[in-house]
Design a binder for this molecule. Sequence first.
Ligand SMILES: [Zn+2]
Length: 484
Amino acid sequence: MADCGVSFMEAKRYYVTAQRERSRAGYRRTMRRQARVRIIILAVILSFAIAGGLLAAANATGGMENISDCNSEVGNLTALAVDQQTQEVQDAVSQQTQKVQDSASQSASQEQQGTPVDVTSVPHIFFHSLINDDRAFEADVIGQDRVAANNAAMTTTAEFDAIIQNLYDAGYMLVSLDDLCVKTTGDDGQVHIAPNTNLCLPEGKKPLVLSEDDLSYYHSYGIGTQGYATKMVLDENGKPKCEYTDADGNTSVGDYDVVPRLDSFIESHPDFSYHGARGTVALTGYNGVFGYRTNDYYKDINNPNLDPDQVKWLQDHPDYNFDEDCKNAKAVADAMKAEGWTFASHTYGHLNATDTPLDKLQYDNERWMATVEPIIGPTDKIIFAFGADIGPAGGYTSDNEKFQYYKEQGFNIFCNVDGNIGWTEFGDNYMRTGRVALDGFTMYQAMTADAGTHHIYATDYEKLGIHDISSFFDSMRPTPIESE
Ligand SMILES: [Zn+2]
């Protein structure tokens, strides 16, 4: 992969230059206006004086990054003050003073928590929906193709629990994708991205990013016949849980997938989450989301865009109500957001963005915006299906039309799949991370010395502090496990 250090330095240079440009513009504005409203100058000088004293205090504790934030806040105040009445200015100055005080004390408390972590090499792991029982591996019932897919791309609940415990024991702590970067909107209206140089974790903790792909309970997951949950629901406390039907036909609500299982782990291990961070859930739209059929094509069983699985599902569910499903899905999304979960596009149709032409990606994204965004709200993240990225490592170039399109559509954070765990790239207007799946395929490859990609995944698991995969690798899995 590319040398991440180069793009990191470029991004940092850009950030510093942009900061300087903004400061110059603010200064010129101030000079023009000072002559008009002389009394305001006194208030502004006062704010600088107060800020200066507090910043000196912050400096003494080593909070350099927050000081630059404080300076730009004071600059904003200067512009604000000259356009308003004296009373408003006094209010603003007092508010600003409070902000600076808050900032200084936050800086001090962050320093107490430890030194800033390097956000350019944070491991990003991901899972698909979890398998709850051995029906996922019954070839004579569900077919060899489904068994191969379940075995390679999925993780069982017992394996997930062991992995999370291993990661916790190794000192990892979840941070969000947004924690890794600083976003600023330039004069051109573009969102610029820089590495967050001020992410401080408690002593001994290491950052980790987690995502879950395809949380839709696709028709291909067997709707209750392959050991997956069937949908996400809210429990009596309004917490996101899963509905699951076991092999005997008993349906219950509980921790049958990544979201509620991780929430429960964090409830008993709060130091596994930095500032309440959870994971990012990547969603397509074609089968709906969270087990709800929120794609508007389902409204009409004669819609020519429906595939045979969708038509059969509609025939089997005569009580289906589109509006009701949208309402329930939105309630789940809201509860997840309240817990700290974030969302990403996974393309509407689970497209390979490397191979799909731009016009088809545009149409696909319009479908995603029409059918998924209304449920989960806006997002600036895209997690590419199949990990199929829109450009090679080394930076999205200015002539990359797919990147330009997604950027115009509001995406800033792009994620692919990369065996080199921790691979991260910062451009001046995007962040990109490479993810490693902790699934049947990578576990088997990592623990099997003569497997084809043993070395890659053994290295990844070792870096994560997961040293004994065979102790929790689920015995119900058929082996060997090859790539799908
Ligand atoms: Zn996917």
